[in-house]
Design a protein around this ligand. Structure first.
Ligand code: ADP
Ligand code: UDP
Length: 234
């Protein structure tokens, strides 16, 4: 398998076409962005950390029988993935109230949800990723009702597997965002699973170990990502 052309460059990653039409190389950049890209910094070492953390977590999900695009980590900042037809929908699972949920609904920060909440957002920066109901998904033709059920079930299965794995390593999985695609009609988890796309808190101290350190200018960004890596690889 050989990397050929960059197909798409986003805010955090570059997707490369390869000489195998079924496979792509997903390269993690050092760019950190927040608030629809209005806050932007280059943080040396971030690409390596997110690629390594994501590879570990996708490897775990693959082992547990959850269908993901991840094949293998091939360098510090690159992984081989299956090429998917992405659904323009972000799936968010929340175990604990934080972020936009608190801002939008006034729910008390730290409130817990059991069963967890599953939400859908439209992946469209120009519209600021608005929240979607299942009816919106249906009328906009973003996914079939069967796919919506599949997305929810897969997201909850990821939550179960990841939540207990992280708790064993003294981390609380507060919330996270997933992106799915299809290959041959099958729903497959794509994109990344990292402290950029999840909220991880130290289970004992509540210390923030994710991109909120960048969003809120808390400092200690690389230290927190390094600590996540050391815990997920233990
Ligand atoms: P953004 O587009 O939000 O700026 P990124 O920099 O993370 O995001 O770019 C990665 C892009 O690649 C996203 O649009 C994501 O949906 C897409 N993607 C992730 N995994 C796959 C895959 N396996 N096949 C095709 N596209 C993928
Ligand atoms: N998230 C993400 N990309 C997005 C929006 C959200 O990875 O475009 C993640 C975010 O890191 C958090 C979860 O999804 O783990 C829920 O985010 P929320 O809706 O609270 O939004 P935010 O506080 O990031 O504005």
């Amino acid at each position: 398998m050989k990397k050929v052309n960059p197909l798409y460059e986003g805010k955090a990653k570059i997707l490369w076409e390869t000489d195998d039409p079924a496979l792509m190389v997903q390269e993690f950049k050092n760019d950190a962005t927040a608030f629809d890209g209005t806050k932007h910094e280059v943080i040396e070492g971030k690409g390596r950390l997110n690629n390594t953390i994501s590879s570990h977590l996708f490897g775990l999900l693959n082992e547990k029988g959850i269908r993901t695009h991840f094949r293998e980590k091939i360098s510090e900042t690159e992984m081989v993935v299956e090429r998917l037809e992405m659904l323009p929908v972000e799936v968010v699972v929340r175990n604990v109230a934080a972020g936009s949920l608190v801002r939008r609904l006034g729910i008390e920060k730290g409130a817990t949800f059991d069963p967890p909440i599953v939400e859908f957002y439209l992946k469209d920066d120009s519209l600021h990723d608005p929240i979607l109901s299942e009816e919106h998904i249906r009328v906009m033709g973003l996914a079939t009702p069967e796919q919506v059920t599949g997305l929810k079930n897969a997201a909850l299965a990821v939550n179960e597997t990841l939540g207990s794995f992280l708790l064993e390593r003294n981390m609380r999985l507060v919330d996270f965002k997933l992106e799915f695609g299809t290959v041959g009609g099958e729903l497959v988890l794509g994109d990344e699973i990292s402290p950029d796309t999840c909220r991880f808190h130290d289970a004992k101290t509540g210390e923030i170990m994710d991109k909120d350190r960048f969003r809120q200018d808390l400092g200690g960004f690389l230290e927190a990502y390094n600590e996540v890596l050391s815990r997920v690889s233990s």
